[in-house]
Design a protein around this ligand. Structure first.
Ligand SMILES: [Zn+2]
Length: 202
């Protein structure tokens, strides 16, 4: 089963082909500069690509005995809208019972679904990309407040600067990306070369 997981190179080719990964000169909303840009929903606009990525991630969960032994009474949880297609794809591959997704509401992250304590199955958290890990951490707090346990966590891409485990659970990913980020223009290699920057929304 593990042999069927596409290599990081293959996944990267998919992200490049769909426009989900680009190289150039980008300025993020927080003012940081980078020569790389991930726009993961572009990969998830093609159903076939979305399925390949989600199934690949699901296989990393399936080989985990703590997870496979609890199926199908498992919840797949997305911390944000970007993870929703990942959650549905992983749910499909694992035949898990429940799916939840959270949204940022004013000051805190909440589940979109009205849900009572004790109703949420043991959780696998999934996202399209883990940049800082903050969304995942906030969702862990939410899941625990509902009395549920975290049994797995993963994303298509994880920045190496993000945490590699949460609540003692290792974070699985198809790509571990060593991101280059500059705090300001003066230190940005692309600025020095005079490459026109592109301002991005996310
Ligand atoms: Zn720059």
């Amino acid at each position: 089963m593990v042999d069927l997981i596409p290599s990081p190179d293959t996944v990267m080719q998919i992200l490049k082909r769909t426009g989900a990964f680009r190289e150039g000169h980008f300025v993020y909303p927080n003012g940081k500069h980078s020569p790389h840009y991930f726009q993961m929903p572009l990969a998830f606009r093609y159903y076939d690509t979305a399925r390949v990525l989600a199934v690949a991630l699901s296989r990393k969960f399936r080989v985990d005995r703590d997870i496979s032994s609890q199926l199908p009474k498992v919840s797949i949880v997305s911390p944000s809208s970007g993870g929703i297609p990942v959650a549905f794809g992983v749910r499909d591959a694992l035949s898990a019972q429940q799916i939840y997704w959270a949204e940022q509401e004013a000051d805190k992250r909440r589940f979109r679904q009205y849900v009572n304590k004790g109703e949420v199955n043991p959780c696998i958290m999934v996202d399209d990309i883990i940049r800082s890990g903050m969304a995942i951490e906030e969702t862990v707090t939410l899941v625990k407040s509902l009395g549920a346990r975290i049994i797995g966590c993963g994303a298509i891409v994880r920045f190496e600067s993000a945490p590699n485990e949460i609540e003692g659970v290792p974070i699985k990913s198809l790509i571990e990306y060593d991101v280059r980020m500059y705090d300001k223009e003066e230190t940005c290699a692309e600025c020095k070369e005079g490459v026109t920057p592109e301002h991005v929304r996310f």
